[in-house]
Design a binder for this molecule. Structure first.
Ligand code: NAD
Length: 270
């Protein structure tokens, strides 16, 4: 079949991608570099980030930053790093995330709840706060302030767990549901100022995320989730989904704002 010839263009864009050393974040970084973006790739895992740099740096402008996004200063520092290194910031992809261990509320260790909520919800909120401030500052300096002026884009990485209750533990499910709220409030608050915010909701992907629950897996919670796993139509291809994120962050989708984008072969629809 003939190709549609559709090109994804992020030329001249500067993007921060969190959790870029592995899995989905790495696939997004690859798609962004192929589309011409300059990428600031952040991850807590220094050795994986180093490996990722070796693999992806031939594709384009890539700046690696080892950072733990759950720490207070990481968000302002990362935004500053993008501006210092590439002169501006256009796109933030809040991808970094950790899984819980399928604990329901009666079993959850509240310190572990705090850890999952901090990484999966508070950190994206903090990153968004400083990114939005930079989008607004840069837009005003450039004299571009209206709706559709492409001042900045945030893509949050949600999950089927942002739609469904029985697919993960209470901490992960709560964080991913709340991320939808963060997305929609951000979209509605800044749509008239040329800033967009969307959320992608992947189904199952082959990544390293399951390492988190190797120890301390809640058998009862896991068995409940297994029922939904049994009707999963299939795994989502990382590289193809990375391309969708790149397209959704490009100026060609300047109409896309507050969108909750399912990407799960129809799993959440069941
Ligand atoms: N794998 C799946 O089936 C699946 C499904 C739906 C959604 N997701 C979401 O996709 C996103 C990416 O996860 P993945 O599946 O690629 O997992 P992954 O474990 O392969 O990658 C996550 C990356 O985030 C990094 N990270 C974790 N905590 C961090 C922190 N505090 N600071 C900086 N970096 C940190 C990790 O080091 C890792 O490189 C997550 O938000 C996850 O919830 C995954």
């Amino acid at each position: 079949m003939a190709s549609t010839g559709m090109n994804i263009s992020l030329g001249s864009k500067v993007a921060i991608i969190t959790g870029a050393a592995s899995g989905f974040g790495k696939a997004i970084a690859k798609a962004f570099l192929h589309a011409g973006a300059k990428v600031v790739a952040c991850d807590i895992n220094a050795s994986m980030l180093e490996e990722c740099h070796k693999e992806l740096s031939p594709l384009g402008a890539l700046h690696m930053v080892v950072a733990d996004i759950s720490l207070h200063d990481s968000a302002p520092n990362l935004v500053k790093e993008a501006v210092d290194h590439y002169g501006k910031l256009d796109i933030l992809v809040n991808n970094a995330g950790i899984m819980d261990r399928f604990d329901p509320i009666g079993d959850i260790d509240i310190d572990f709840w705090d850890c999952v909520i901090t990484t999966n919800l508070t950190a994206p909120a903090r990153m968004s706060k400083y990114a939005v401030q930079e989008f607004l500052r840069h837009g005003e300096a450039a004299g571009t302030t209206a709706a559709g002026s492409n001042r900045g884009v945030i893509m949050n990485v949600g999950s089927i767990n942002g739609f469904r209750g029985g697919c993960g533990g209470v901490a992960y499910v709560s964080a991913k549901h709340a991320l939808v709220g963060l997305t929609r409030n951000t979209a509605s608050s800044y749509s008239s100022k040329g800033i967009r915010c969307n959320i992608i909701m992947p189904g199952a992907m082959k990544t390293n995320i399951r390492v988190a629950y190797k120890d301390g897996f809640n058998e009862e919670g896991g068995a409940i989730c297994q029922k939904l796993a049994e009707v999963n139509p299939g795994e989502v291809n990382l590289d193809r989904l990375g391309k969708l994120v790149a397209f959704a962050c490009s100026d060609d989708t300047d109409y896309l704002n507050g969108a909750i984008i399912s990407a799960d072969h129809g799993w959440q629809a069941i």
